[in-house]
Design a protein around this ligand. Structure first.
Ligand code: PLP
Length: 380
């Protein structure tokens, strides 16, 4: 991984990303889940990596044609980066009054209720213009509690309405698992059984169904009942279940977060540093200042965490501030030396899963929190 990048030198911080790793992970999860079709979840800027970067890479390198985001504006951006024969699903609830815009821009919303479909039809009918049919994914709520039909009767009325109205086209039927990456097999089994009973009862063809998120594709691949998987985190190379369960496939982390030491100085015995002066030197020591802070996504709860400098473990001292942190140094290093927060430094590595555990969160939250102030740099 080459890090001699102009962006890193200019900003003192960069989020490096690897297309090779992304493609490797996509292939590996499709293989283990025995999937023929991948809906690549690129919401929240592709979990921090860059949504158009991830979408274009998967489309160009693997021929992936199905993508999913959470919001309308994410959808517009991803859509514009992709060829016309791709589909972009909007997973979150969207305002139904924007249904005409979604039809016009070829974005496929998830319908969470019959009322939503009624309101969407109204918005489309009110437009004088002839619009392309709005591609609908019907949501079934089997235990996530966010959106979707809860009964077979409700799903039946939604399904029949979408099939009957020219302004709509059925594109999918889905549910979302709440515990696929946890040790809660009974809850998972119940969700899956409820979903299958509902779609089978209505004779909805299996090709429309997509249910498997990363946890489901990794840990329940024998039970994944459809050819389609709808995954995010596993594409980006981390295991959603850590530290509880090892991944059944070798995942390659897609990103690494690297900074540069821009100041090296001596902290004398008894001197303190950073806000609150929470750290005081027991003896004279070397410290380094790095231009990264919580405004970049390095959370305040990561104070005290381990980082790597020249393959040596060092620690963040005192509070993480908005724009800068101070780390311990065993010896004075050159200004411009690299600091690895997430990723590899030669043979040593700091895993995102371990950082997340230290910060009492999950990798998704850390990655999506890496702000727009941090340059994204391609390594291959
Ligand atoms: C975020 C999301 C996914 C992807 O989840 P991962 O665990 O990251 O694979 C799939 N489906 C829905 C509905 C989602 O909101």
């Amino acid at each position: 991984m080459t890090r001699t990048s102009a962006a890193l030198k200019r900003r003192g911080l960069a989020f490096f990303r690897s297309k090779k790793a992304l493609v490797h992970n996509a292939k590996a999860v499709m293989e283990v889940a025995n999937a023929k079709r991948l809906i690549a979840v690129v919401k929240a800027n592709a979990y921090g990596y860059g949504d158009t970067w991830a979408a274009k890479t998967l489309n160009q390198e693997l021929g992936v044609k199905d993508f999913a985001v959470a919001t309308l504006d994410e959808g517009v951006r991803v859509r514009s980066a992709l060829p016309d024969d791709c589909d972009v699903i909007l997973l979150g609830v969207q305002p139904a009054f924007l249904a005409d815009e979604m039809a016009e821009k070829n974005l496929s919303p998830v319908a969470g209720s019959f009322d939503w479909l009624l309101a969407a039809k109204k918005a489309i009918d009110e437009k004088d213009k002839k619009l392309p049919a709005l591609k609908i994914h019907l949501a079934v709520d089997t235990g996530m509690g966010r959106l979707g039909a809860k009964t077979r009767a409700e799903l039946a009325s939604m399904y029949n309405f979408v099939c009957a109205e020219d302004c709509f086209e059925l594109a999918g039927v889905m549910t979302h698992f709440a515990t696929a990456d946890e040790d809660n097999q009974p809850y998972y089994d119940q969700q899956l059984a409820d979903f299958m009973a509902m779609v089978k009862g209505l004779d909805i063809p299996e090709k429309y169904c997509h249910v498997a998120n990363s946890g489901s594709a990794l840990y329940h691949h024998d039970e994944v009942p459809t050819d389609t998987i709808r995954v995010g985190s596993v594409l980006y190379g981390y295991n959603p279940a850590l530290p509880d369960r090892p991944s059944p496939i070798e995942l390659e982390p897609v990103g690494s977060l690297v900074g540069q030491i821009w100041g090296v100085h001596r902290l004398l015995k008894g001197e303190s540093l950073s806000y609150g002066a929470t750290y005081t030197a027991n003896e004279d020591q070397w410290v380094g200042t790095i231009p990264v802070g919580y405004a970049d996504g390095l959370k305040r709860t990561l104070s005290g965490m381990t980082v790597l400098v020249n393959e040596q473990e060092e620690k963040i001292l005192g509070r993480v501030t908005m724009d800068q942190i101070i780390i311990s140094l065993r010896e004075p290093v050159a200004v411009g030396s690299e600091v690895t927060f997430i990723g590899k430094d030669q043979e040593k590595e700091i895993k995102i899963e371990d950082v997340a555990e230290y910060g009492d969160t999950i990798p998704h939250e850390l990655l999506t929190g890496i702000s727009s102030r941090v340059p994204r740099v391609d390594v291959d």
